[in-house]
Design a protein around this ligand. Structure first.
Ligand code: ADP
Ligand code: MG
Length: 742
């Protein structure tokens, strides 16, 4: 008997099953049913090859007569030319990126091709058509299907074509008695949800245009419910281990600090501060995410919470993603505290404290000093990078952990830090990437969130322009603007996507750049790669850029500096100091300056090869300018002409609303990337939901409400065995290992 738990081999056979598991992660029949079509082709008449017209959308069944590859003249790579025949007439097919197609489109194979007819050298042709190859002649009898209904197209893999997957799905749907129903009936009724069997039928074998979306909505709800149930259980578990309440103290360090603060806190800073003080005083560990635009003043908020922790006799740790940022935090916190940072003993009558810095590459003696201060409790605040979480770093009594710019920090690291105390420390995570509600509810769904939405007064707006790099006059104007700002006593950043070679040669690793993901097998299979217009171009490195700027007459006399991740920590620190001290006018850097760097006198940023950066990343970057009283200017240099890359840049230029951009970013990216461990430090296993989409936001919100209620009433899910099974399965999946930790 076939059930959802049956291994896929029962349907796919010994040849296909391992490939489906390896490439698509499908192990069971249930997994296969959850593997929904990438898209659907409309039912249509097949086109007669002898009757083609230019510009016409066609669908043909034809055989590959000839196939040849040849190198392209202007770009890297091989181009594939295929000649199709239906026995009477011929049609050419061209692929500019031939890699994924070469092995499939060999003479003799027959398939179904869809595309728009063009004319080239007196012949008809399709460029990058969609196609499905038929495994054997038997498939030809299914041609009738193409005429009568929407055709599901599955993401193919290797020799397993979409068409074949479709037949497996058909077989599964026909032979399963029933499918598991994870949604409690009472919820199904109140939310008006279809039953799951029906939903799968609509998704895999639609009859009318609306069917797939209707079915998918139900699958999205399922996915959301399972995720939210996991989050609800995790939240319960985190709250189950009590911690030490850290009570506020009158006349303490925090009060002294507030009294000397050189500016007035914004309304938001004050309000979040109150929430934090309240939660620190609870025996339930705080688990809070603080999000706020670049420059909204999160550091002060975090510092005040740290001071409250010290007032209560504990210590605080501040984790930064880079050494540059750790050093800067250490510097700015020390400056903000003034003589309060020269304090003596923790908890003594003297309210001052000590701020220690601990990084991976500092000298042995300063490191030893810092370790000692952390372990003895003399340092109330310990600032550091991941070096902070190494095993031999000890604290006397760690009360609060603040993680800055969390998207660079993995979950494991945070866990390791939390384990540094007998009772779990309170945790505050700060992120400058505004988090759309869908992501807040899923990726960070086990945390409470606070938002700083207003910027401190006197902040200046940043104007952003896209500069086309192939227009010499625009480029010249760009560097002229930099020169003008420098002449006005201002400073500038020039950001490049890679380091490159000091010698100026082409080799070298990219650093942190969001390079277009054109190696994605699926993209090659069915889509024209996203950034065709820039795919083959060499990325500009900081070394080359520096040399180029040195040679520019308009920048004569301008003092240039260089900053990237491969420099040793001392050099980086020195360079940042020199930039702060205005000894450097223009800093040529990689994305090491992306997060948190704060030099108010810097007013211009030029981003080179801006198309290689993601939307949110660009928004982060430009947040480095306009931090003082003078308006900021951000110039995005690009060689991308049109296409999604240019569109992304246009979005960044036209809006400064971080939330809107974060949302656009989600929609531009491929789903697989959304919860990518790289970005969020969390697992990426969202299948049906599309984060960032308004419709899915409602589904997630509904499921969240339902899941938290279910878990509150029935924490072990004893009365919901099907949901419990779905949760277990999800957790079982490889990546869910992360989810469990949070
Ligand atoms: P971010 O939220 O990007 O981390 P920072 O905490 O680095 O922002 O703050 C940016 C700058 O704004 C710092 O120089 C900080 O001292 C200053 N700042 C913070 N709060 C205020 C305020 N309420 N009024 C004026 N300046 C402030
Ligand atoms: Mg910051």
């Amino acid at each position: 008997m076939l059930t959802e738990d049956s291994p896929l081999v029962k349907i796919a056979g010994k040849a296909a099953a391992p490939a489906l598991e390896k490439n698509k992660g499908l192990r069971t029949v249930g997994d296969l049913l959850d593997f929904v079509p990438r898209r659907y082709l409309p039912p249509a008449e097949l086109t007669d090859l002898a009757q083609l017209r230019e510009g016409e959308e066609v669908m043909v069944i034809a055989r590959v007569a000839r196939a040849t590859t040849r190198p392209m003249q202007r770009r890297k790579g091989q181009m594939l030319n295929v000649v199709l025949t239906d026995g009477r007439a011929e049609l050419d097919v061209t692929f500019f990126s031939s890699y994924a197609h070469r092995a499939k489109l060999v003479p003799g194979v027959t398939g179904f091709f869809a595309g728009t007819v063009g004319r080239y050298r007196q012949r008809w042709q399709l460029t990058h058509p969609d196609y499905e190859l038929f495994a054997d002649d038997d498939d030809l009898s299914r041609v009738e299907d193409y005429r009568s209904r929407r055709i599901p197209v599955y993401s193919a893999t290797g020799k397993i074509y979409s068409f074949k997957i479709r037949r497996m799905v058909d077989q599964a749907l026909d032979s399963l008695d029933s499918v598991r129903e994870p949604v409690p009936e009472e919820i199904r009724r109140s939310r008006g949800l279809l039953d799951r069997t029906r939903a799968l039928e609509l998704v895999h074998r639609p009859r009318v245009d609306e069917d797939p979306e209707v079915g998918l909505d139900r699958l999205r709800y399922d996915e959301a419910l399972v995720l939210q149930t996991i989050l609800a259980q995790r939240r319960r578990a985190a709250e189950a281990v009590p911690t030490t309440p850290r009570l506020p103290r009158t006349g303490g360090l925090l009060a002294a600090f507030d009294a000397r603060l050189p500016f007035e806190l914004t309304e938001g800073q004050r309000a979040v501060g109150e929430v934090l003080t309240r939660e620190l005083a609870l025996s339930r560990p705080m688990h809070r995410l603080l999000q706020g635009e670049v420059g909204s003043g999160k550091t002060v908020v975090a510092l005040r919470a740290m001071l409250a922790a010290i007032d209560a006799g504990g210590q605080a740790a501040l984790l930064a993603p880079t050494e540059v940022l750790a050093a800067q935090h250490h510097r700015s916190i020390t400056t903000l505290l003034g003589d309060l940072a020269e304090g003596g003993m923790l908890g003594g009558s003297d309210i001052g404290t000590k701020v220690a810095l601990l990084t991976g590459s500092q000298g042995a003696s300063s490191r030893k000093r810092a370790l000692l201060d952390a372990a003895s409790g003399e340092a109330g605040i310990v600032v550091g990078t991941h070096a902070l979480i190494q095993r031999h770093v000890q604290f006397a009594d760690l009360a609060l952990v603040v993680v800055d710019e969390q998207h660079r920090f993995g979950v494991e690291q945070r866990d390791a830090l939390r384990e540094k105390n007998a009772r779990p420390p309170h945790l505050l995570v700060m992120t400058a990437t505004p988090i759309p509600r869908t992501v807040a509810m899923t990726v960070f769904g086990d945390m409470e969130t606070s938002t700083l939405s207003e910027l401190p007064r006197g902040r200046s707006p940043v104007t952003t322009h896209v500069v086309e790099a192939d227009k010499p006059a625009w480029v010249a104007r760009t560097w002229q603007r930099v020169a003008e700002e420098v002449a006005d006593g201002r400073q500038a950043y020039v950001v490049c996507p890679r380091i490159g070679d000091p010698g100026g040669a082409a080799e070298g690793a990219a650093e942190g750049a969001a390079a277009a993901d054109s190696s994605d097998e699926e993209a090659l299979d069915w889509d024209v790669p996203d950034d065709e217009s820039v795919a083959g171009l060499e990325l500009t490195g900081v070394h080359d850029m520096l040399a180029e700027l040195r040679a520019k007459p308009e920048l004569d006399g301008v003092r240039l500096g260089l900053l990237h991740g491969r420099l040793d920590a001392d050099t980086r620190e020195q360079t940042m100091r020199a930039f702060h001290a205005r000894e450097i006018d223009v800093l040529v850097a990689t994305t090491v300056i992306e997060v948190g760097v704060d030099v108010p006198n810097a007013t211009v940023m030029v981003v080179v090869d801006a198309d290689r950066f993601g939307i949110s990343q660009l928004h982060q970057l430009r947040g480095r300018v306009g931090r003082g009283t003078a308006p900021g200017l951000c110039l995005l240099l690009t060689r991308a002409a049109g296409g999604p890359a240019a569109e992304r840049l246009a979005r960044v230029a036209e809006t400064s609303d971080g939330f809107e951009l974060a949302r656009a970013d989600l929609l531009f990216r491929k789903e697989g990337d959304i919860l990518g461990a790289r970005q969020s430090g969390r697992a990426s296993s969202i299948r049906h939901l599309r984060l960032g989409r308004a419709r899915d936001e409602q589904i997630i919100a509904d499921a969240r409400e339902d899941a938290f209620r279910i878990v509150a009433e029935d924490p072990e899910l004893r009365r919901h065995p099907a949901l419990a099974a779905a949760v277990a399965m999800r957790l079982d999946e490889e990546q869910a290992a992360y989810l469990e930790k949070g």
